[in-house]
Design a protein around this ligand. Structure first.
Ligand code: GCO
Ligand code: MG
Length: 406
């Protein structure tokens, strides 16, 4: 199964996606997701300029060897661009191997450990009333676990808020063209407001509904500890990214203050990033998805390590993980023992014109389908009709103009 061609497809059906296509001498095609939100062309160039020439003529069955070749062979290890590129190759090779075997990918990863993967949706509102409506809309859709994000009095557009006209609050942080949007942030105002929001949601929907929340890297260690403690009565499924991930020791303080479960890692990209957090049991969920953490091969290493400490998966599934990346995460999630939950935001309807996926949503969970491979096909003609347009994630500033974590 020798590799004949490696192509990079950059397309914008509603938002930007970078997709890798690996074609073998026999004409089989494998797909990988290489989307890195706001820095898409860095990964596209990494793949087409530096990786593609190395892959021509190699045996597509050699997944581990190719992973090591791209990881060790670059000399420059880790980092989001490198690991997104390696992930795209890895996933495309797994897709090919499963197609050759005539099996859905999860069968090659050990077979299904569950009927479907529990997912959570994003309820959000600029005020509590809008938020409660959004929770109801998600329950009507069949979600069984819900992330809660709310506006904060005195602040305008902040992380997690929906476009004004979308009842399902499909949150899309990235601008289309132009420079990054600038948002204003105030941690004390946020800390004063959020516990009351959770109290209202719990009172309205009862004790059983799993609720999640994302603090999006904004708090200092002591603020994070205070929030985790204040949210304890509302029994969160998890509290995500309470502090910026670079200072991992910060989580010791949060752990000492509360038993609110913690999730972290959507911006991590290798097992090395998780070493301390897992060994010291400072987190409960690993947020990395397959496409940002070195593919099936990279993330499976992290999750096997995590399993020793009863830490579970909580794979990132925002709109900037393409349907190819979502399917890859889903196959891995279905197969591993220590699956926890997965994020499922639903893509822009236009994405369905380019990516045809066999996944199904039922009873609050996703199943990748039983077609050989990943179960996703890419319509290249449709992709060509949606040209790339640069866009940025927003940036945050405090009231005095200081740049803050977004
Ligand atoms: C999440 C994330 C996203 C990221 C986005 C950046 O929990 O889903 O925090 O909303 O901000 O993926 O590209
Ligand atoms: Mg997040």
């Amino acid at each position: 199964m020798l590799i004949k061609a490696v192509d990079v497809i950059v397309t914008r059906p509603g938002r930007n996606f970078v997709t890798l296509k690996i074609t073998t001498e026999d004409g089989l095609v494998g797909w990988g997701d290489a989307t890195l939100n706001g820095r898409e062309l860095a990964v596209a160039a990494y793949l087409s300029e530096h990786v593609a020439p190395m892959l021509a003529g190699i045996d597509a069955h050699r997944i581990e060897d190719t992973w090591q070749l791209l990881y060790r062979g670059a000399y420059w290890r880790r980092g989001p661009v490198t690991m997104a590129a390696i992930a795209a190759v890895d996933v495309a090779l797994w897709d090919l191997k499963a197609k050759v075997a005539g099996l859905p990918l999860y069968q090659l990863l050990g077979g299904a450990s569950r009927d479907r993967c529990l997912v959570y949706g994003h309820a959000n509102g600029r005020d509590t009333e809008e938020l409660l409506d959004s929770v109801r809309a998600h329950l009507e859709l069949g979600y069984r676990a819900i992330r809660i994000q709310s506006g904060v009095p005195g602040l305008g557009s902040i992380y997690g808020l929906p476009p004004a006209d979308d009842r399902l609050g499909r949150y899309e942080p990235t601008s289309a063209g132009g420079l990054p949007a600038v948002e204003t942030w105030d941690s004390p105002a946020y800390l004063r407001h959020i516990p009351g929001v959770f109290e209202t949601v719990r009172n309205e929907f009862g004790p059983e509904l799993p609720l999640l929340h994302d603090a999006h890297h904004r708090l200092t260690p002591i603020q994070a500890a205070r929030l985790a403690k204040a949210l304890e009565p509302y029994d969160l499924f998890w509290l995500e990214d309470v502090t910026p991930a670079e200072n991992q020791e910060a989580l010791r303080l949060v752990r000492a203050a509360s038993t609110t479960p913690l999730a972290i890692g959507e911006v991590f990209n290798s097992i090395v990033d998780y070493q301390l957090l897992i060994r010291e049991q400072l987190i409960d969920y690993v947020r990395s998805p397959v496409p940002h953490a070195g593919g099936i091969t990279g993330l499976r290493r992290v999750l096997d390590y995590a399993a020793m400490y009863q830490v579970k998966s909580g794979m990132h599934g925002p709109v900037d993980v393409s349907p190819v990346g979502l399917a890859a995460s889903l196959h891995l999630g279905l197969a591993i023992h220590n699956f926890g939950i997965m994020e499922y935001m639903r893509h822009h309807p236009l994405a369905g014109e380019v990516f045809r996926s066999t996944h199904t949503f039922d009873d609050g969970g996703l199943h990748p389908g039983d077609e050989p491979g990943l179960g996703v096909d890419v319509d290249e003609e449709a992709a060509a009709a949606f040209p790339f347009q640069p866009g940025y994630l927003p940036v945050n500033r405090l009231a005095d103009g200081t740049v803050h974590d977004w």
